[in-house]
Design a binder for this molecule. Structure first.
Ligand code: FAD
Ligand code: NAD
Length: 479
């Protein structure tokens, strides 16, 4: 990259919280010429979540689906500060963010505060456990990279422990019973990936155990994948049936013990089912930093699902559709999973919101420079020429003040369901086009490959797929 412009105290400070789908999409498109940008995130990388379940069974290498945030920021016109830290507090009145180094190694300063002119709040969400006993202690999650790595280790450890000589048949069956909680897309994809691992690799690596491996998906609602059309729900259920993945609907997990799950069955009876591994994919909740920020604006932030960015006009010039946080003076924007909007909390929505904000910031910069010029002209001795320029700029300013509202364009829903099959609900000529099967799987792979942000990641993922086809998945139990 060429030389970047240095930090400029004359420019406004734009603080971005997070390095996920929303924040990364913003950073990709943002013109940093007019801003001093500071990115604060406990992860110094972007995680491509749709392929996370593939990491959990070793189809993909963990590093193939992450991209250091500095890969994006180093190409920017003005230097961007990337700080590996967690925001702990946002003060919307004094416009400050306090953040802490929460990593293992810390320097002399582990906590500090910065001032912002604009803040983009894109911290995502965290796993919802509903305070169900044992979830935190005994289950694996599927949210962060380390969750997928942990699941892979536990899964392989269950296999090796089952292969340990002298186990009773009962204990072997327990260790080889994998329970996935949550029939949303995450739970479905994890179950599908475990199934593929079993059929494509474990049958040859562990022939004596393979027939005893069981996968059970537990869902509290009457059906899985409520966001997909009925036809695709049926298709998924029949594919799972063929794949011998048991789906228990109307069944609620009440407790997770070290060696079992406690279930409430549809007839409300309680049963305890032995298992070796539990993957918890039962949805998300707000992070503490988000809850705390909302609590500072109790009049406007009353939605328990997340930050309200629409519905309340905050300022005549800044209508709420511009993703500005309700109750603030318009300097805080919120995007992605931490918000409560009419859209589903998906990567598709967050990334479109990020790209939209990049356009808004370009327009705000233009407005600011017009305003500055206007002030300059107005304070200078007036001449005819000056008056003409003032009029022109005033007209340009009216245009620059008009910010287009955010509009979401739904590209369709896609999910991998295992057995080289995927399902897709695509908006098609104002109707819906539902498709499932192997062709959809190829579409799924190519769609995800093309949405991966960098050529580097595309190459890594494609290479991993080829490696697995040629050599199978790695079953060595690394640390
Ligand atoms: P995130 O991408 O979660 O990013 C949040 C960022 O904030 C992270 O970088 C995090 O480290 C950072 N952060 C956390 N705490 C703090 C803090 N205190 N201070 C500063 N930064 C902080 N959606 C789809 O549309 N299609 C899919 O196929 C799909 N598949 C998925 C598969 C899985 C396994 C999962 C878990 C999710 C999937 N999703 C999918 C949903 C999608 O990942 C989320 O909707 C998306 O990540 C939301 O983007 P975000 O920017 O709001 O949050
Ligand atoms: P989710 O909220 O969509 O699904 C969680 C499921 O767990 C729900 O159906 C809920 O009824 C069930 N559940 C909750 N508590 C339970 C309990 N105690 N016992 C049994 N079942 C219980 O969560 P998700 O699948 O992680 O998805 C989160 C978001 O990410 C969604 O917006 C989703 O669309 C998106 N996502 C999309 C894709 C994709 O498009 N391929 C993949 C993954 C995630």
């Amino acid at each position: 990259p060429g030389a970047q412009l240095p930090h400029d105290p004359e420019k406004k400070t734009l603080v971005v919280l997070g390095s996920g789908w929303g924040a990364t999409s913003l950073l990709k498109s943002l013109d940093t010429t007019d801003y001093n940008v500071i990115v604060i995130s406990p992860k110094n990388y972007f995680l491509f979540t749709p392929l996370l379940p593939s990491v959990a069974v070793g189809t993909l290498n963990p590093r193939s689906i992450i991209q250091p945030t500095r890969y994006v920021t180093r190409h920017k016109a003005r230097q961007v500060s990337v700080i590996e830290a967690s925001a702990t507090e946002v003060d919307p009145i004094n416009k400050t963010v306090t953040f802490a180094d929460t990593s293992e190694i810390q320097g002399q300063v582990a906590k500090t505060t910065v001032k912002f002119d604009y803040l983009v709040f894109g911290v995502g969400a965290e796993v919802q456990t509903f305070n169900i006993p044992g979830v935190q202690e005994n289950a694996c999650f599927m949210k962060e990279l380390e969750d997928a790595e942990k699941m892979q280790r536990r899964f392989l450890d269950c296999l090796e422990s089952a292969a340990f000589p002298g186990q009773t048949a009962e204990e072997v069956n327990r260790l080889l019973h994998m329970v996935v909680v949550g029939g949303g897309p995450t739970g479905i994809e994890v179950s599908g990936e475990i199934h593929d691992f079993l059929e494509e690799d474990l049958r040859s690596w562990y022939p004596e155990l393979a027939n005893n491996i069981r996968i059970t998906l537990v869902e509290a609602l009457p059906s899985v994948l409520p966001m997909f059309s009925k036809q695709l729900i049926d298709y998924t259920e029949s594919t799972f049936k063929e794949a011998k993945i048991d789906i228990l609907t109307k069944t609620m997990v009440k407790e997770i013990k070290e060696k079992s799950v406690v279930l409430q069955t549809p007839d409300k009876s309680i049963i305890e089912v032995p298992c070796g591994l539990v993957v918890w994919a039962a949805g998300n909740k707000l992070r503490k930093v988000t809850q705390d920020l909302m609590a500072r604006l109790p009049q406007d932030q009353t939605n328990r699902r997340g930050i309200t960015v629409n519905g309340i006009a905050m300022h005549a010039n800044y209508p709420s559709e511009h993703l500005r946080m309700a109750g603030t003076d318009g300097s805080i924007f919120a995007i992605g999973d931490c918000t409560a909007t009419s859209y589903a909390p998906t990567a598709q929505v967050a990334s479109q919101q990020g790209a939209y904000l990049a356009r808004i910031f370009a327009q705000l910069a233009k407005r600011d420079s017009l305003e500055a010029r206007l002030t300059q002209l107005r304070s200078a001795a007036s001449s005819d020429e000056g008056r003409v320029e003032i009029e022109t700029i005033e007209k340009q300013l009216v245009k620059a003040e008009k910010l287009r509202p955010f509009q979401y364009s739904h590209q369709g829903s896609l999910a991998y369901i295992g057995s080289d099959k995927a399902i897709a609900d695509l908006p098609f000529f104002n109707g819906n086009f539902a498709s499932g099967g192997v062709a959809t799987f190829l579409f799924w792979r190519s769609a995800y490959l093309s949405t991966l942000f960098s050529a580097r990641n595309r190459t890594l993922v494609a290479t991993d797929w080829i490696k697995v086809k040629l050599f199978g998945r790695d079953v060595s139990l690394g640390s």
